[in-house]
Design a protein around this ligand. Sequence first.
Ligand SMILES: Cc1cc2nc3c(=O)[nH]c(=O)nc-3n(C[C@H](O)[C@H](O)[C@H](O)COP(=O)(O)O)c2cc1C
Length: 446
Amino acid sequence: MSSLNSMLHLGLNLHGAGGHSAAWRWPGTNPNAFFDIEHYVGAAKLAERGLLDAVFLADTPAISYDITHQPPLNGLEPTLVLSVIARETERIGLIATASTTYNEPYNLARRFQSLDVISGGRVAWNAVTTSSPATVANFGGQEIARADRYRRAEDFVETVRALWLSWGDKMMIADQATGVYADQRQFRLLDPTTNSFGIRGPLTHPASSQGHPVIVQAGGSEPGLRLGARSADVVFAAAGDLATALQEAARLRALSRQFHRPAAPLILPGLVTCIGGTEEEAARRKEQLDELLDLERAMAALARSMGVAVEKLSLEGTIPQEILPDADKVPFSVGHHRTIEVLARQGRTVREIISGVQAFGHRLIVGTPEQIADSIEAWFRAGAVDGFNIIPDVLTDGTPAFVDNVVPILQKRGLFRKEYRGQTLREHFGISIPFELARAAASSPL
Ligand SMILES: Cc1cc2nc3c(=O)[nH]c(=O)nc-3n(C[C@H](O)[C@H](O)[C@H](O)COP(=O)(O)O)c2cc1C
């Protein structure tokens, strides 16, 4: 539970050009930002200047929508981007999304463990099950039901964790004088009959100083919540209003107690920010961004995400209750849909919903740095969240606006760090090193 004994945690989502769908058209932004490594490195350096916990890369291994009027979200493979960012930064955490449906556990475990070592223990894996139909066409053409994806995910995540722990923490000897390199009896091999992938291990090198990468989970359906409660250190959510966020947090924390977790996962929803020096400036910026939106396309995307025919929606109309899909019928992400549902139930028009939700279903605040800080503080003090993954409307100028104007307010209020205390992402998040390693260390005679 958040308390003022703990600090806020803040990540920066590197959502291509930014969280607003028209970000790529904003003056000063490279329209090709989604595959421009300098764009990503520049934003990560700004985030580190703001002492943020981590940068975060979403990922879908497919072109998921019509790109006639909007570039893809992120194009470059995230662990490759983060290995470049690792060399260009010193302390900031590095979170990459990778799908449990479209990867094999050994390759994924190895890739993330290598990145964790390369970066000095700054890495997290955002485990997602991926629902984009376009992805299906790149991996055999068979659609996999949500329940089956999550069944695989549970085994997948625990198998990856076991692989990350497959090198005993005291097995390295590397004695050049005696010629003894390692005590390989200390490999912690997996029993190939107890994971559904038939994997034995071990991985190809030892762990980083943080034990193994932090595990993040994104996906707000019931099985998604269970996966987060059981296996994740951090949950990346999409939360539309405080009441719903409080309910979700209570549910996640109760589930994590059922799984006998010593601490509940940190909850860090996405938050799209549109910042201006004054309220009027912020509103004007939002209006200018919205003017660059293709509303018909945005309405089609909204209809698709809800699984309803676009003809049932009109820009100035509200969304009738009877066409709002049940949670288990949402085609893509239940977590994302909840934010849209909150606005629909408030009787907002389709135009207002499109304008009030950005970055595929995350809550948006338009305001001054004080107003943004107030909202962050209110949710944190209410115990609904442990912080946020900030998604600036436009990364190029929205990131410095947050780092240079909102962060100092949070610091002044005693809510956010004034310097990095640790080197690893676990230290930034205040997450203990993996249980098994801690237990092994406690029972060791040394
Ligand atoms: C906040 C949030 C972020 C997500 N990010 C990704 C992502 O980057 N890549 C991806 O394939 N799926 C992502 N997902 C979707 C889920 O992993 C997955 O596709 C799932 O089936 C839908 O999630 P649900 O449990 O919310 O229904 C995200 C879901 C949420 C709620």
